[in-house]
Design a protein around this ligand. Structure first.
Ligand code: PMP
Length: 286
């Protein structure tokens, strides 16, 4: 049984409790982060902490932990649960005012809720899917307009994943006004003539921690990057494509709406970036 963390306590998962009035439960009034663990070490912890602070600030929510306290909780959970490869999930909500009300409770009186738990994924970095690549379909982006805040409102992304599953593929790319925003839970890229194309950051997409790292590594490796909008038609004509996320790292995409990209196998840019990302991130993992 897992040991989880709830508001200052380490507990067996079956004994952890939060209120039915918690605003995370009633109103999706909460934010989250997922940090990968490889070989017992946390990847890009500081990137995730910085984004957590930003999400909280954008929602006027109090931050219940300092960077050092949060690192300690992550490490304690990894140790207690003997996680070698996997993830640490963390969620902060606006807490429970003991009733339901649209008005935010006074943060002086109602403390935020802080929950963390681990997920064990042995061999996370050697996912078989990385060798064959993902197939994706496109669907309309029907999420809210502040996708730069990492809220727990994951119903539409979850529906998108189910649409992908029903279509026999791995994920869905979301499209707004004719342009790809991102994947259901990842950032999207295409590659044409050696140039990596990805949507610039704005309130339309989540500012991926993996995205920032991968673009930095790509620049260091002298690869050409264009941060601009692209369509599904352009994606279908691309030489290759890929997605990035904290738990999938760099995952090749080999098919878009039934059209195979290039030779239908993971492309060289995606494969190289996956190698560089894993190698460089592990060097500075804590
Ligand atoms: N976009 C969305 C919508 C996501 O949910 C995620 C993963 N949480 C990402 C992008 C990738 O972000 P990161 O690289 O920080 O995991």
């Amino acid at each position: 049984m897992r040991t989880v963390y709830v508001n200052g306590e380490y507990l067996p998962e079956t004994e952890a409790k939060i209120s039915i009035f918690d605003r995370g439960f009633l109103m999706a009034d909460g934010v989250y982060e997922v940090t990968s663990v490889l070989d017992g070490k946390l990847l890009d912890f500081d990137g995730h902490y910085a984004r957590l602070e930003r999400s909280l600030k954008e929602l006027d929510m109090a931050n219940p932990v300092t960077r050092d306290e949060l690192l300690e909780i992550h490490r304690e959970l990894v140790a207690k649960n003997e996680i070698v490869d996997g993830m640490v999930y963390l969620q902060v909500t606006r807490g429970s005012a003991g009733d339901r009300d649209f008005v935010f409770p006074d943060p002086e009186k109602v403390p935020p809720t802080l929950v963390l738990f681990t997920q064990s994924k042995p061999g996370l970095a050697d996912a078989p899917a990385a060798k064959t690549g993902w197939k994706v379909i496109s669907i309309e982006d029907q999420r809210w307009a502040r996708r730069d805040i990492k809220t727990v409102q994951l119903l539409y992304p979850s529906m998108g994943k189910m649409m992908a599953k029903a279509a026999g593929v791995d994920d869905a790319w979301l499209v707004e006004d004719g342009f790809v925003t991102e994947g259901t839970s990842n950032n999207a890229y295409i590659v044409k003539g050696g140039t990596i194309v990805t949507r610039p950051t704005s309130s339309d997409i989540l500012h991926g921690i993996t995205r920032a790292a991968v673009l930095r590594f790509a620049k260091e490796a002298q690869m050409t990057i264009e941060e601009r909008l692209f369509t599904i038609d352009e994606a279908k004509e691309a030489d290759e494509a890929f997605i990035t996320s904290a738990s999938a790292f760099v995952m090749p995409v080999v098919e878009v709406d039934g059209v195979a990209l290039g030779d239908g196998k993971p492309g060289p840019v995606a494969k190289r970036l996956r190698e560089i990302y894993l190698e460089e991130s592990m060097k500075v993992a804590i």
